[in-house]
Design a protein around this ligand. Structure first.
Ligand SMILES: O=C(O)CCC(=O)C(=O)O
Ligand SMILES: [Fe+2]
Length: 276
């Protein structure tokens, strides 16, 4: 059953720039995703396994498994998961306009992230940056966001585990946070998100998801505990968006998807050329 965004969720998303969806994926789905991650997590930066790429920004952000939607059915299911697909349609918006002609949505990046002790992603984003790709807009009673993320916890994320940190409402802020240091992608530097005034750390149970507009100022706390934090992130925008990184879905994946999923992964299924 599809989980439609409630009036309260729409209110809170508009107000804060994020909502939490409890039990977004089932225990069975969680187990299946984690078993697959066990097979991929030994990838090093720059290495491939099948169509999944080990990736890191060069700092202490942990390992990204880019193109995780290539890693099997449990990750394909996340493309249009009933717990959040209607939220994405609502918040990215464009229904009933020409924006939907070639597809309702587009995933421009999808990855799992595995992070160990001492690792974090520093604070980034925020409305004052004014970036087109991730902007927040509400007009004429409708949402028109350029990028909305679903971040699913694949294990419990509590104190010391390196939870995602957000500055609520910063998707509407007009002033750059005076404590903001834009250094999260520099080598060996992690600007701490958790100590910023006004920030809150989000704790999630395995299977819960954080849904947020990417212009929200966010990052993560540094992991202090032993072990690893596992999350999956899929980023949704309008069908006319483009891939963030130079990855493309494999033919194998495209052939395995439903028509609706294919439209989200590769909006223009049929390319028009003079020869066709
Ligand atoms: O790791 C997190 O909690 C946030 C991830 C994130 O914001 C990103 O990868 O852009
Ligand atoms: Fe981010």
């Amino acid at each position: 059953m599809k989980n439609k965004p409630t009036k309260l969720e729409k209110y809170l998303f508009d107000l804060n720039g994020y909502i939490i969806i409890k039990n977004a994926i089932s225990q069975k789905e969680l187990k299946a995703c984690n078993e697959i991650i066990n097979d991929y997590k030994l990838l090093k930066n720059g290495e491939w396994k099948d169509y999944v790429h080990g990736h890191n920004y060069g700092g202490k952000e942990g390992l990204n498994l880019q193109q995780i939607y290539e890693a099997g059915k449990p990750f394909e299911k996340l493309i249009d998961h009933p717990s959040w697909i209607d939220h994405m349609l609502e918040f990215v918006g464009g229904k009933g306009t020409f924006d939907h002609e070639h597809g309702p949505l587009f995933i421009d990046e999808n990855f799992a992230n595995i992070r160990g002790p001492g690792e974090a992603i520093g604070i980034h984003s925020g409305n004052p940056e004014g970036i087109q790709r991730n902007h927040y807009r509400y007009q004429n009673g409708k949402f028109h966001c350029s990028q909305v993320n679903i971040l699913v916890a694949l294990n419990d994320i509590g104190p010391g585990d390196g939870g995602t940190v957000v500055i609520p409402s910063s998707h509407k802020s007009n002033i750059q946070h005076p404590e903001y240091k834009k250094n999260y992608m520099k080598k060996n530097e992690v600007s701490s998100a958790e100590n910023m005034t006004g920030s809150i750390e989000i704790y999630l149970k395995a299977g819960d998801a954080l849904l947020f507009v990417d212009s929200l100022c966010h990052g993560s706390a540094k992991r202090i505990n032993k072990g690893e934090r596992r999350i999956v992130v899929y980023r949704y925008g309008p069908s006319w968006g483009f891939f963030r990184h130079p990855y493309r879905p494999s033919t194998k994946l495209l052939n395995s998807l439903t028509s609706f999923q294919r439209k989200i992964v590769m909006p223009h299924e049929k390319i028009l050329t003079p020869n066709k």
